[in-house]
Design a protein around this ligand. Sequence first.
Ligand code: HEM
Length: 514
Amino acid sequence: MATPTITKQYTRAEVAQHNTATSLWIIIDSIVYDLTDFADAHPGSALVLYKVAGTDATEQFFGLHRRDVLSKYSKLAIGAIASEKQQLAPPSNGAFSDVPYAESLAALQKPSPFHSKEHVEFKKKVRQFVEEHLLPDAEYYASSGKLPDPEVFRKMGAAGLTACRLGPGPHLKGRTLFAGLAPHEFTYFHEQIVHEEFARVGAYGYGEAIGSGMVIGLPPVIQFGPKWMQEKVLKEVLDGEKMICLAITEPGAGSDVAGIQCEAVKTPCGKFYIVNGTKKWITNSAFSHYFTTAVRTGKGYSVLLIERGPGVSTDVIKTSGSTTSGTSYVTFENVKVPVENLIGKEGQGFPVIMSNFNHERWIMVVGGCSTARQIIEECFKWAMQRKVFGKPLIEQPVIRFKLGQMIAELEAVQSWADLTTYQMSKMNYAEQTKYLGGQIALLKYKSTRMASLISDNAVQIFGGRAITRTGMGRLIENYQRVHKHLAVLGGSEEIMVDLGVRQAMKAFPRDARL
Ligand code: HEM
């Protein structure tokens, strides 16, 4: 955030003389603002400004605005109060917050069995990237609904960040990762950090826009794609030149993957599949070049990499997030797909479809914890600075209870998530599938239940501002509108709990008796 460069110095007595509509100055945190020409355009009315003309309005300002209003309107700053220092200066780029519980143990370097100093430095650098390259665009794209600028994918690709969102593995070979990390140094904790920091863009639709399709659409290519695909498609996507999405769900098939109707029929020459069908809720599909698509082939299911071309069309859906995510209907009408585009084996698509579910759900959990943490920080700050009945909101026991409940829920889920990341980093793929599938499903369920509680409490703490898209409660409004996405996507809460218990039943010892 830009702080105005201030050269002129004034005394408080000088500012006090500019106390009329024709010369209206105020002080906010030792900075002097000339609001004379701005007053009529002020969304909160000119009248409120006349009342504070010539005075220090720091407290009134922070009771009604987010700090970023000051950087947006930095042109109004004309000087500073001589020999005074700003007390409320914005944190520098990449800095961690000092607000209790606003950062995970990883950032605070409190003793943790999982996080090293190097992780902390990595986290700082990712945060800097997010604040510099993603945050400035997030609100604009999320509120306008425009599809993201392709340049942002190139930036992430060039920085080696896109590759950091897919876990360690052979697909990283020969790549320099973010912050100069070599592939053999990269762990699931680095990946977790990247998801956590990306989740801080604060506008869910934009967070989805910048690669949610890729993190689920590319893994099947990596794990089951033929060599040509691994070389060409992997490089294009990781470099940020092309976008990919995962096309599984349909109007009649959500968590019930077996209900898929989209069909691929082989041509008599055996060289192509002809694909017909409609997919729904396909994140990033409006701007994707590739569609990792689940199709029916005869009695079984297969997965095809379909390139955008004749017969492929996308039609954006207005979800409760933002159309910037490019979530769309995808229609395949007599699309001719070369048989070389088969991912895995024909008729054996189910394991391909299922292969990345654990990883996807874990991403949702660690990203979800990060967003929840940000919401808690917002609530804590608001409760400390907002005055009601003549005292800060935090003085109300009921508000402290709500805040405490939110923190306790988050820290419990975070600890389980960190432990799961550690376990993932010690297991190969087969072991992860066997031992962590049910656990991650239950963890995802727990994390989205936590999100519901945090959303409910945050709305009650922020009141009317939590249902207003701009201003003070902007992040809370976004959260209460979209937190349910994660409770539905990647397997609904009900399916998650059921899966968790069914997996546990499989491991249940035959001889166990009370
Ligand atoms: C540099 C000085 C100021 C600027 C640039 C400014 C700008 C804004 C903007 C952009 C909004 C729209 C809401 C938002 O985006 O947050 C707003 C709302 C408002 N402002 Fe200001 N403002 C300033 C100072 C003040 C002061 C000193 C007061 C009170 C004494 C005030 C009272 C209000 C009120 C009451 C609202 C409506 C808040 C709401 O709807 O919840 N503003 N202001």
